[in-house]
Design a protein around this ligand. Structure first.
Ligand code: 5U1
Length: 681
C-alpha cells in the first residue's frame, strides 16, 4: 500500500529532526535532546519506513550514521564506514539482542562468547597505519567522510606514531576513542578558571574541543588519552579468530586497550559485567556512559552483518540517565524558520549530569499535554550523556491547585500573526511567513548556513544587527553589503568586514542543490534539493514545473510538490531569486552532462541483497555518476558488487578475475565518486 500523505509528512519531519540533531551532536558538540529521545526518533522513522517501504530513501538518516564533517579540516573518505552502535536501555533489550544473535547464528541453546567493554564518553577516531607508522587519523564525521586530524592525534602521547614489533599488517586501521581522563579535565578547568577563561562543561566536550583545534599546539597541551577497541580496514587473512585476541595483538603493537575489557559468556555474563562496572563507575579515572557487548568470534560477526547504521553483532548497554527535581518557572515559546512554535521550559537552576540546567525544550503542544507540564510545577529533569535535558515527568502532588494548563498562544509571540494548528499535526505555526521577524531571521541564518550558501563568518549576532539596522531586508540584500556597511556594526573591524565581503563573494559560486536548499522551501531538505537538481538540471525547469510534474519525481509526494509549487508561484520569491542571480549567484554544475561523471566507462554488475540500499537505488547512484549497470558478468565488467546471498555471478567474476566489491567498499567507492573524488581503474 503506498504511504498516505500523513505518513510521508511524518517521515519528512522525522528525517529533518534527525538530521538537525545529528548535526547538533556530531558537528557542533551541542546536542539538544537525550540519546533516548534521539533513538526514539530513529525508531519511529524506521518503523514508518518498514510499514511503508515506498517512503524509504537511500539518504534517509535511518541509514546513516551521523552528520557531515566540519569544513575546517580536510575531508577523509573512510574506506570502511565508521559505524555507530544500537543502544539498549534495559536488561530486557539486552536479552532481546542476545536472542537475535543466537537465532541468526542458529545457536539457540548455546551461550555466545562476548567481549564486554566500557563505553567511553569521548570521540571516535580511526588511525591508519602503513608500514607500522601512523599516517592518518580521522574523526568519524558522518561515518563515510570524517575530518583529517592527524596533526592533533600525533600530539597524544599514548597513541604510538610507530608500532612495536613487526607482526602487524602493512596497511590497516585501528578504531578507538579519544577521551579526557577525569583528573586531566579537573586540572584543565582549574587552570582555565584561574586564568579567567571559559571552562569546559564535561570531559567529552573538552576532548572534542581539544581534538578539533586547528592549531595542534593547543591539542598538545590538553590531557587526552586513547583506548583502541576495533578495526577499520584490515586484511582478512591477518584477522585472528576472536575479538579479544585482536585486542591483545593491538596491545602488543603498543596501542592502549582499556584494562576493564573482559571476555564474558552469554547473556548472564554480559549482565553480570554490567552490574560490576556500574558499581565501579564512580571510581574509574574516566567517564563512561555504558557498556558495549560484542560477539567475539569474527566469523560470527561476518555472518551477523550490519543493519544500515550499526553492526548486528554489537550493542551499547547504556547506564540510566541522571535525574533531579526542579521547578518550571515559565514556559516560553520560540519561533523557528518555518514558523514552528516550540515551547521551552525555563527552570530553576539545578545541577544534573555534571551541568547546571536552566531550560528544557518541550518540543510541541502534544508533548506538553502528554506530560501535563504547567508553570509552577515541580518536575523531574533528566540529562543523559552530553545533551540538553528533558522534563521526564511532573510531580502532581506538589502542584498548586490553581495551576493553569499550558495553552499555545493564538498569535505569534514575535509578530502577532495568527498561529495555525493543523488537526492531526503536533506542530503549531506562525502564519506570518517572512513578515515575522523571528522567521525572517531564521530564514537568513539558514540561507547563510554552511550546508546552504556557506557564507563564512555570517553568524547569528551579525544577522541580528544587519536586520535591526535595516541593512538587509531579503537575502539578496546580503550581496549588496559594502565593507563600510559592515564596519559600522558592533565588534566589526576592517579586516573582519573585508573577510565577510570576500566570503559573500565566494558563496556566489554555489550548486543548484545548495541554492534550492538555501531558499528554505518547506520540507525541501538537502536530499530533496539534490533530487530536484538531478532530475530537472536547471532552476528554470523546477520553477516551471507544476505539482503533477514535480510528483513524477522520485521521492516527491503531493505535500512537498505543493510546497515547491506555492513557493515559486509567489512573485516575492521570484523577485528575490532574480535579485540573487543579478547579484552574481550562480551554480556552475547546472550544465552537468548526463552520462559523464567519475564512473563513466565503468560497468557494474550487482548480485545478492545490499543491506544499505535497494538495488534500484544502487543502480541510480551508479548511473548518476556516469557508470553503467549490466545484467551479467563478462570480461568487460569493471566491478561485481556483492551483497548478502550472492548468486553464481560471484564465482564467475572470481574465475574471470573481475574486481569484487563487498558492500562497505562499494559504498566507499560511491561516496568517493559523489564527493568528486577519482576512482582507481
Ligand atoms: N568500547 C567500544 N566503544 N565503541 C564504540 N567499542 C566500540 N565499538 C564501536 C563504537 C561505536 O563500534 C563498533 C562496534 C562498530
Amino acid at each position: 500500500m503506498p504511504a498516505p500523505d500523513s505518513a510521508r509528512r511524518r517521515a519528512t519531519d522525522l528525517r529533518e529532526q534527525i538530521r538537525f540533531h545529528d548535526r547538533q551532536y556530531h558537528q557542533l558538540d551541542a546536542p539538544q535532546i537525550t540519546d533516548a529521545e534521539y533513538d526514539q526518533l530513529v525508531r519511529q522513522l524506521r518503523d514508518l519506513e518498514a510499514e511503508f517501504p515506498d517512503l524509504v530513501t537511500a539518504d534517509s538518516p535511518s541509514r546513516r550514521v551521523g552528520a557531515a564533517p566540519l569544513r575546517t579540516f580536510a575531508p577523509v573518505q573512510h574506506e570502511v564506514p565508521m559505524l555507530s552502535l544500537d543502544n539498549a536501555f534495559t536488561a530486557d533489550e539486552v536479552t532481546a539482542f542476545d536472542r537475535r544473535v543466537r537465532e541468526r547464528l542458529e545457536l539457540e541453546s548455546t551461550e555466545v562468547g562476548y567481549v564486554a567493554e566500557p563505553k567511553l564518553d569521548g570521540l571516535a577516531v580511526s588511525l591508519l597505519y602503513e608500514g607500522g607508522r601512523l599516517v592518518r587519523a580521522a574523526t568519524r564525521g558522518d561515518g563515510r567522510t570524517g575530518e583529517d586530524i592527524t596533526a592533533n592525534v600525533l600530539t597524544i602521547r599514548e597513541i604510538p606514531a610507530r608500532l612495536r614489533g613487526s607482526a602487524f599488517p602493512g596497511r590497516f586501521e585501528v578504531r578507538g576513542e579519544v577521551f579526557m581522563p577525569r583528573e586531566g579535565f579537573r586540572q584543565l578547568n582549574e587552570r582555565a578558571r584561574a586564568a579567567g577563561e571559559k571552562t569546559f562543561v564535561n570531559p567529552r566536550n573538552a576532548a572534542a574541543g581539544s581534538l578539533r583545534q586547528l592549531d595542534s599546539r593547543i591539542t598538545a597541551a590538553r590531557p587526552l588519552a586513547f583506548f583502541a577497541y576495533g578495526l577499520g580496514l584490515f586484511p582478512g587473512d591477518a584477522l585472528p579468530a576472536e575479538h579479544d585476541e585482536l585486542l591483545t595483538a593491538l596491545q602488543a603493537w603498543g596501542l592502549p586497550v582499556c584494562p576493564e575489557v573482559e571476555k564474558v559468556s552469554g547473556l548472564a555474563g554480559c549482565l553480570a559485567y554490567f552490574a560490576q562496572l556500574s558499581a565501579k563507575r564512580p571510581t574509574l579515572p574516566y567517564e563512561i556512559d555504558g557498556v558495549v557487548y560484542k560477539v567475539s568470534r569474527y566469523r560470527y560477526q561476518t555472518l551477523l552483518g550490519y543493519v544500515a547504521r550499526a553492526p548486528r553483532w554489537a550493542i551499547a548497554h547504556k547506564f540510566p540517565a541522571e535525574e533531579a527535581t526542579t521547578r518550571v518557572e515559565a514556559i516560553e515559546v520560540q519561533v523557528g524558520r518555518t514558523g514552528a512554535l516550540t515551547p521551552v521550559a525555563r527552570l530553576s537552576p539545578v545541577f544534573v549530569g555534571g551541568v547546571t540546567v536552566t531550560n528544557a525544550t518541550l518540543h510541541n503542544l502534544d508533548e506538553v499535554r502528554r506530560k501535563d507540564i504547567r508553570v509552577g510545577d515541580m518536575v523531574v529533569v533528566r540529562r543523559a550523556g552530553d545533551v540538553i535535558p528533558e522534563v521526564v515527568r511532573v510531580l502532581p502532588e506538589q502542584r498548586a491547585p490553581e495551576a493553569p494548563e499550558f495553552v499555545m498562544p493564538g498569535s505569534c509571540p514575535a509578530c502577532g500573526s495568527v498561529v495555525e494548528t493543523i488537526p492531526g499535526e503536533a506542530v503549531s505555526r506562525c502564519s506570518g511567513g517572512l513578515y515575522c521577524p523571528a522567521q525572517h531571521k531564521e530564514a537568513i541564518k539558514h540561507f547563510a548556513s554552511r550546508r546552504a550558501m556557506d557564507i563564512d563568518g555570517l553568524g547569528d549576532r551579525l544577522i541580528d544587527q544587519l536586520l535591526d539596522r535595516k541593512l538587509v531586508g531579503t537575502v539578496a540584500d546580503l550581496y549588496h553589503l559594502t565593507a563600510e556597511d559592515l564596519e559600522s556594526l558592533d565588534r566589526m573591524g576592517r579586516k573582519s568586514a573585508q573577510n565577510l565581503i570576500a566570503a559573500l563573494e565566494t558563496s556566489k559560486a554555489s550548486t543548484l542543490a545548495r541554492f534550492l536548499y538555501a531558499l528554505g522551501i518547506r520540507e525541501v531538505g538537502e536530499v530533496t534539493a539534490q533530487i530536484l537538481a538531478r532530475e530537472f538540471g536547471t532552476l528554470e525547469a523546477i520553477m516551471a514545473a507544476d505539482r503533477v510534474r514535480l510528483m513524477a519525481t522520485r521521492d516527491i509526494g503531493p505535500t512537498v510538490a505543493a510546497h515547491i509549487e506555492t513557493f515559486f508561484a509567489q512573485s516575492s520569491n521570484r523577485d528575490v531569486i532574480a535579485h540573487l542571480r543579478a547579484a552574481g549567484v550562480h551554480w556552475p554544475d547546472e550544465t552537468a552532462v548526463a552520462g559523464a561523471g567519475p564512473l563513466s566507462g565503468q560497468r557494474f554488475v550487482l548480485t545478492g541483497t545490499l543491506e544499505s540500499m535497494p538495488r534500484a537505488e544502487a543502480k541510480r547512484r551508479i548511473e548518476t555518476l556516469g557508470g553503467q549497470v549490466v545484467g551479467s558478468v563478462s570480461s568487460a565488467t569493471s566491478y561485481l558488487v556483492v551483497g548478502a546471498d550472492p548468486g553464481s555471478k560471484h564465482s564467475k567474476a572470481e574465475s574471470l578475475g573481475i574486481p569484487i566489491l563487498l558492500e562497505p567498499a562499494f559504498i566507499a567507492l560511491l561516496s568517493r565518486a559523489e564527493a568528486g573524488g577519482t576512482i582507481p581503474e
